[in-house]
Design a protein around this ligand. Sequence first.
Ligand code: GLY
Length: 412
Amino acid sequence: MKIKLTIAALFATVVASAQISTMKDKVAKENFEFANQQLRHAFVEIDAAHKAKNTTPEKFPTPRNVEPDGSLRMMYPSDWCSGFFAGVLWYMYEETQDNFWKQEAQKYTDYLKSEQYNTNTHDLGFMMYCSFGNGLRLAEIPGYKDILIQSSRSLITRYNPKTGLIRSWDPFNGWKYPVIIDNMMNLEMLFWATKATGDSTFYNIAVSHADKTLANHFRDDYSSYHVVDYDVDGDGQPRMKQTHQGYADDSAWARGQAWGLYGFTMCYRETGDKKYLDLAENIAKFILTNKNLPKDLIPYWDYDAPNIPNEPRDVSAAAVTASALYELSTMSKNKGSYYKKMADKITENISKYYRAPLKGARGFITTCSTGHWPNKSEINTSINYADYYYIEALVRRERLAEHKPVVPPVKF
Ligand code: GLY
């Protein structure tokens, strides 16, 4: 009798935890059901955009954002945002295991092959790792590994040992060797490249870049500058600390803070070096305790924007933050459940308040992101990287609910 009761109690616990796990997945599942319909509509919008502008998918494969006139802006393969749409399609394949998504993901990934030789941009990590990286991980497509290795080789041509960093942009705006906080995101592909080739050069460059960024990009309150320019012709040290997409040189551009959080969380995963974890936790503190962070945790485009609360939000910053917090929640000694709770709140609020209407917003999943406020471009609109990191955050949320590693192992 006693044994029966114990078994019954055990069974009840298992059933209860399965129910909790299903409940935890509800937000992710509902959003994937929405994305399943919305992305099919995106294909209709893409075809219509090509017809309207007489362009081809080969030349303009990537839906990037909704323009102020409501039209869909398609971009060419060398655009820094070219890998995000393919990445979303790979996540759809991961979620559904439906070959329809695999075929579409591969199609939109293959359009980007030429970029493996592109040495004009530091954004190859975004472009190639979100597309080919996910493709290799999920479908082991022949050729993708070599494309990623070549992409990593192209990326490190922008490294100069004198500065110890990868140059983000070529000289302009009075800058000689500008490095932006966003560049932390491109290091993930380099960590992968060392695992894939056994050549530690990629790893060492990634670590050097992260160390210099840690030393030079951060202020006492752990907010970061957007741009640090280095004296590459002189002593290799910082010569200017400024902004490009933020409100002011000394302000905290919202997406920049999110790139830093995600980048240093990823660097801790790849190296085990605790200084990266400490920095990530300090950035999380800056973001989550900021007096200008709205209650729904979707930041204004800059934490110091002058007219808060009458400023556009940036859902992309919130999505990147949520995805990073899910990973950080598995690493933090004391604050794991707090980070997870904050990430859950962000994903739930995006779902409730910032999701695109079904068959609206030209097939994008989210709305209300701000791309480049000083340039007056992509303000309060749908942008593909917000969708990518939102979907990634939902995948991570679901993986945690299912007690799987938050970031799946890579393939090489
Ligand atoms: N990497 C450019 C941006 O975040 O807008």
